[in-house]
Design a protein around this ligand. Sequence first.
Ligand SMILES: O=C(O)c1ccccc1NCC(=O)[C@H](O)[C@H](O)COP(=O)(O)O
Length: 189
Amino acid sequence: MSGRRPTGSGGFVKVCGLTQEQQIDWAIELGYDAIGVVVTPRSKRYCPPERAVALADHARGRIPTFAVALAHEETRAVAEHFDTIQVYEMVDIPNLALASGTPPEHPEALDYFFYDASTGSGVFADIPEWVKDVPGRVVIAGGLDEYNVAGVIKTFAPYGVDVSSSVETAPGIKSREKMAAFIAAARSH
Ligand SMILES: O=C(O)c1ccccc1NCC(=O)[C@H](O)[C@H](O)COP(=O)(O)O
């Protein structure tokens, strides 16, 4: 471990898969710590480059932004507009959030490690014990909702949590009410 990154529960709460400027405004109003825009065309929440950049511009200076894709290549057209690049492969960039369902080989090289076996599917599965031992900023994602998030935080004491499906009414269509319920539950711990 590098020692330059914090460990333990940081209260970080990210909402992912935003597609509209209004959803960013809601995230800020509700006190979320970061937003994610999905830029892989393999997602049902896909934002093409022009839309993704418009969202990043809307968020800039107001809330940290993550460009989310399965492969690093898929982020190239928009990367310079986002604070952090969240991908499911190890790459040598300074602002990497590696997402994976398996332990990272080089956690010291990461800005964040997302334990995410879901890739936006909304399916919750048991979280392995090794997640507790990953150093640095560990964010847990995958089927979290207003009912299970406090228990996950209590058990794993992660740096943060991430949500998408459970705060939607349809893919990419966030509900302000559901977003409010999720962050209230996450903050209740
Ligand atoms: O959200 C997507 O459609 C997606 C597609 C491909 C790669 C990653 C994707 N989302 C990543 C996220 O950060 C989600 O917030 C995370 O997987 C949790 O999603 P959910 O289980 O729906 O809460």
